[in-house]
Each structure stands twice: as structure tokens, then as C-alpha cells.
Design a protein around this ligand. Structure first.
Ligand SMILES: [Zn+2]
Length: 114
């Protein structure tokens, strides 16, 4: 399950950060940005996180997930547009020179400690 790996990584990264900061507190909130192209299901991620974070300093943390839409930009006409799925055709000029601009994000934006 993809979300398990993502949850594991989030916990690893934040635990490392807490160690660097020499923080003993519990994490209460984690703000995430997740692009639609990552195929991460927010609900599945929450469940995985809940299971994996048990007995860590992240166990009480709630996840705030901001979903980032897929957007593309056309290299021919220069327009940017939103996509429902990966579709490499510009809706304005029909060009195939479309570059995906957002949607691949998988970021820990910030987190809060109690
Ligand atoms: Zn175009």
C-alpha cells in the first residue's frame, strides 16, 4: 500500500526534525500538500498514519491535507490550465507540448508541537 510508505516517510522526516530541534513535545498537527498525481488517498493516508504513528511522538497528530490540483502549461501558446487527469493536449491551441506544472507534490508544509 502506497499510503503506508508515505505515512512512514512523514513520521521519519518529522522525527528527524524533532531530534535536530531537540524537541521533546508531541506533534499535534501536520500540514501536508499532496498533489493529485501522487495517487495518495487522504483517507487511506490518515488511517495508515494512525496505525504507524502509535507510540511515537506523532501519535496524537492530526493531518491537514491540502490537495494540489493537476495543472499544465503549454510550451506553444504559453497558457496554463487545470487538468482533471494527465492529458498532454493543450485545450487552447491543441498542441502536444504540454508540461505538467503541479500535481506531483508530496510535501510536509509545516507541523505544530504541543
Ligand atoms: Zn497551447
Amino acid at each position: 500500500m502506497h499510503e503506508m510508505v508515505v505515512a512512514e516517510n512523514i513520521i521519519k522526516i518529522i522525527e528527524q526534525k524533532l531530534a535536530e530541534l531537540d524537541q521533546q513535545g508531541k506533534v499535534k498537527k501536520i500540514n501536508l500538500k499532496i498533489g493529485k498525481l501522487t495517487c495518495v488517498e487522504p483517507e487511506a493516508l490518515r488511517l495508515s498514519f494512525e496505525v504507524i504513528s502509535r507510540e511515537t511522538s506523532l501519535e496524537k497528530a492530526s493531518l491537514f491535507i491540502e490537495s494540489i490540483p493537476i495543472t499544465g502549461g503549454c510550451k506553444d501558446c504559453g497558457k496554463d490550465f487545470r487538468l482533471e487527469e494527465v492529458d498532454f493536449i493543450c485545450p487552447f491551441c491543441g498542441s502536444f507540448k504540454v508540461e505538467i506544472k503541479t500535481g506531483r507534490e508530496l510535501l510536509i508544509e509545516s507541523f505544530e508541537i504541543e
